[in-house]
Design a protein. Structure first.
Length: 564
């Protein structure tokens, strides 16, 4: 039957199995089957003539011979599967164009190891489609552990020959032996663990790979993000650090080159995609010295060009998005993300003190005439200067409202995209005040990080907790009298409460009953003229109490405090 099936024209259902069977040791298998049949025939006289041991001895010899042949066939097939990709290449090359076309249709691929050697058919009608589909290569499984925090094993080298995406090889750009493995990891893991599955509008997927296959800077950014994710989530992830750096540098260089060529006819999607990925990598890439809750980091150390470099990277996205919204309305691959963050409540730029608590008005010296964005007076040419804190305050109030409406970890993860929109209010003036360590700007920055601490995601949790802790401790040591102990202690309790949830975070002080009593006192205090104590009671204390209730199992104390 096997010989007969191999002689028939191939079909989609049997083409692959027939090619494999055609190269299996069928002749030896047939010989082995004859030995088995002969052994069965010998067993009959051995059964009916128990006193004649000749048939029994012959039967034993036949069984041993058949077992040895079966073992040899099994080992041969097993060893051949270890080099399947190399062994099947001659089979592909010797197959007819009809067979190759059927294989391309069955596996939705173009070519075998090189997409340029494709057979033109309905699956691969042009060279462009062939380059996008490429050869099909199945990667090994990454088995999930029994724990909730999945640890993926390092990816091994999978096949001989080209191990990098074609777009990088053709551009003579940086490549490594693990590029294709990291690309698969990005598609199957990293891209699905950046945002909550329901955070994107309509649960649509953003097809980054359709652009990465034709843009070098996007492919480098994708591989850098995958290497960073592997470094953060695998037991031996340090081996990916060098690959991450090299792909990051290559992505940045190619991105700057394409940015210089940016014109009116340029599709902004590729540049926006790379910028978003580089911003994500910068946010997630926390130096090891900054991960520990210690004072050997900024803002305790003098400000250098590298202190807030990750924050400067975020600034490049806003002008690109503004240009993007004008050029490709409704046609961008990022439309689901734009819709998810398009709520007007996130971008409250109203002037004056409307809907701003008195504590904020007093602390940040906001007046009814304060404005968020500078305005030019066309009559006299004068420019009305924007209030330095009003825009940031309104962003914090919007995020605090979202935080307060969240009912659990899942809701906070769902809001991660919206929490990140605080960056839309950060500009060069805000960065200048951060570098000069302006206490009010640092306080708003710490409040943002404190809200972001509730998001349980691999790319933000290290940054948010370490930044919140460091900034509030620095404010406590340098401006404790100005802010008052309630504000700073509340923030410290928040960062310590959420710190145990952060994998790899250094141990620090734990929240005590005295801390809870302090928060109870803050809750009851009436407003002072400067509004600073009320700020702790109205905003920060509830934030901390939610964290305490959730992470430290002090629900009874929280209920008592909340009811006062």
């Amino acid at each position: 039957m096997t010989r007969a099936s191999l002689s028939r024209p191939p079909t989609v259902n049997d083409v692959a199995s027939n090619l494999l069977l055609d190269n299996c040791p069928l002749t030896v298998s047939m010989v082995n089957s004859f030995f088995m049949m002969f052994g069965f025939l010998l067993s009959l006289p051995a059964l009916f003539l128990p006193r004649n041991r000749l048939f029994l001895h012959l039967l034993i010899l036949v069984i041993i011979a058949s077992a040895i042949i079966t073992l040899a066939i099994g080992l041969d097939i097993w060893f051949s599967t270890l080099e399947t990709h190399k062994n099947l290449a001659p089979i592909w090359n010797s197959s007819s164009p009809v067979t190759q076309s059927i294989l391309q249709f069955k596996f939705q691929c173009c070519g075998y190891s090189n997409p340029a050697l494709f057979v033109e058919d309905q699956t691969c009608p042009t060279a462009k489609v062939a380059a996008q589909l490429g050869p099909r290569r199945d990667l090994p499984c990454a088995y999930l552990s029994a724990t909730k925090d999945t640890k993926l094993a390092p990816l091994a080298l999978l096949w001989p020959g080209q191990k990098s995406p074609a777009v990088l090889a053709e551009a003579n750009s940086f490549t490594s032996d693990r590029d294709l493995a990291m690309l698969h990891h990005f598609v199957s893991n990293t891209s699905r663990n950046i945002f909550h599955p329901r955070a994107i509008y309509g649960t649509q997927e953003i097809d980054i790979m359709s652009l990465a296959t034709s843009h070098v800077h996007i492919m480098h950014a994708v591989l850098a993000a995958a290497a960073l994710h592997l470094r953060e989530t695998t037991p031996s992830g340090k081996c990916y650090a060098e690959l991450e750096t090299n792909h990051w540098v290559s992505a940045s260089q190619n991105f700057r080159t394409q940015l210089n060529l940016y014109g009116e006819a340029t599709d902004p999607d590729p540049l926006v995609t790379t910028c978003m990925l580089l911003s994500l990598i910068a946010f997630a890439n926390v130096p090891s010295a900054d991960q520990a809750l210690s004072t050997n980091r900024w803002p305790f150390t003098p400000t250098t060009p590298h202190s807030l470099q990750w924050l400067y990277v975020q600034l490049g996205l806003e002008p690109l998005l503004r240009e993007h919204s004008q050029r490709t309305p409704g046609n961008s691959i990022w439309l689901p993300l734009f819709l998810a963050t398009g709520s007007r409540e996130l971008y409250d730029d109203r002037p004056g003190v409307a809907d701003i608590p008195s504590a904020y008005v007093a602390l940040f010296e906001i007046t009814p005439s304060s404005i968020c964005v500078a305005e030019a007076n066309g009559l006299n040419g004068l420019i009305t200067v924007a209030h330095p804190y009003l825009r940031l305050v309104r962003r914090i109030l919007s995020l605090w409202k979202l935080y307060n409406e969240a009912t659990g970890r899942d809701d906070h993860d769902l809001n991660s995209i919206k929490y990140a929109q605080f960056m839309q209010a950060v500009d060069a003036h805000v960065m200048s005040r951060l570098e000069s360590k302006d206490p009010r700007t640092l306080l708003l920055y710490a409040m943002w990080m404190g809200i972001f601490c509730a998001v349980d995601s691999w790319w933000c949790r290290r940054r948010t907790v370490s930044e919140c802790w460091a900034v509030t401790k620095w404010l406590d040591e340098n401006h404790g009298q100005w802010l008052g102990p309630g504000v700073l202690r509340a923030f410290q309790i928040l960062s310590w409460a959420i710190r145990p949830h952060v994998a790899g975070a250094a141990d620090g002080p734990r929240t005590s009953h005295a801390d809870i009593a302090l928060l109870a006192d803050i809750w009851q205090l009436e407003a002072r003229d400067d509004g600073r104590t009320v700020l702790a009671g109205v905003v920060i204390a509830p934030l901390v109490l939610k964290a305490l209730h959730k992470y430290l199992d002090v629900g009874k104390a929280v209920v008592v405090v909340g009811g006062r």
